[in-house]
Design a protein around this ligand. Structure first.
Ligand code: 13P
Length: 255
């Protein structure tokens, strides 16, 4: 766990207009500049990226994409490449979100995307998480382990330290309550151990581990302090400017 925290807002397919998007960014930027130990990344839909990515660097504020395609260019209708994202000022890219995995992204595709993002010099935010918990057999540990191993297949060891790994249990996404912070701690240790086995312990201490799933301004500080994660991947609350500002301040205040 580093002392800096990383808060990522995944806007998904929201908001409906560029004007609304600009308002959310303006407010988020203002608060981000005043934070001491926290970096903020907002991930809007592709179409808003060129307008929202800062022209010159803004303190503690960055822009990310929610997805990418792994090929460089060519006949891939509807897709966007890493070079295009970089060209418009994107610094981070979410890869392997469960909502994309559900629409067909396999671990193999995720690994190709991770490699493409790293090769372009951008930072991948790689999402992993079990669909459900197996309270009796605990098979979700094995599911998660395989998912992590396969999502990084072929990714060079030296790239490991630049990866952001987001643990998002699918059952907690869009739910009312997040995972209990003490369980987040347990799972984040497990995720780190699997990552360490793949990339080596020196790289694993540098990797940024996030938690995602029903995070809001009320539970964010506990998730950081009890769950001992390096940051959060926030869905709904990142679009609610009042709540997101409170969340950022609460996280920044955690020692
Ligand atoms: P919610 O915070 O809305 O549960 O979404 C989590 C998520 O999917 C972030 O990527």
């Amino acid at each position: 766990m580093t002392n800096r925290k990383l808060i990522i807002g995944n806007w998904k397919m929201n908001p409906g207009t560029l004007e609304e998007a600009k308002k959310i960014v303006a407010k988020t930027k203002r608060v981000a500049a005043k934070l001491d130990h926290t970096d903020v990344v907002v991930c809007p839909p592709f179409v808003f990226l060129p307008q929202l990515a800062p022209r010159r660097s803004v303190k503690h504020f960055h822009v990310g994409a929610q997805s990418v395609y792994f090929e460089e260019s060519g006949s891939y209708t509807g897709e966007v490449s890493v070079a295009m994202l970089r060209d418009v000022g994107t610094e981070y890219v979410i890869v392997g979100h469960s909502e994309e995995r559900k629409r067909g992204d396999t671990d193999e595709i995720v690994a190709k995307k991770v490699k493409a993002v790293i090769d372009a010099g951008l930072t991948p935010i790689v999402c992993v998480g079990e669909i459900s918990r197996d309270v009796e057999g605990a098979s979700h540990y094995e599911v998660l382990k395989k998912q992590i191993q396969n999502s990084f297949a072929g990714v060079p060891k030296r790239a490991g330290r630049d990866i952001v790994l987001a643990y998002e249990p699918v059952w907690a996404i869009g739910a009312k309550e997040s995972m209990v912070p003490s369980e987040i701690y347990e799972m984040s240790l497990f995720v780190k151990k699997v990552f360490s086995d793949a990339f080596g312990p020196e790289t694993a201490v540098k990797v940024t581990i996030l938690y995602g799933g029903a995070v809001n301004f009320r539970n964010a500080a506990d998730i950081i302090s009890i769950g001992k994660v390096d940051g959060l991947l926030v869905g709904r609350e990142s679009l609610n400017t009042v709540g997101f500002v409170e969340l950022l301040k609460a996280v920044d205040a955690v020692k």
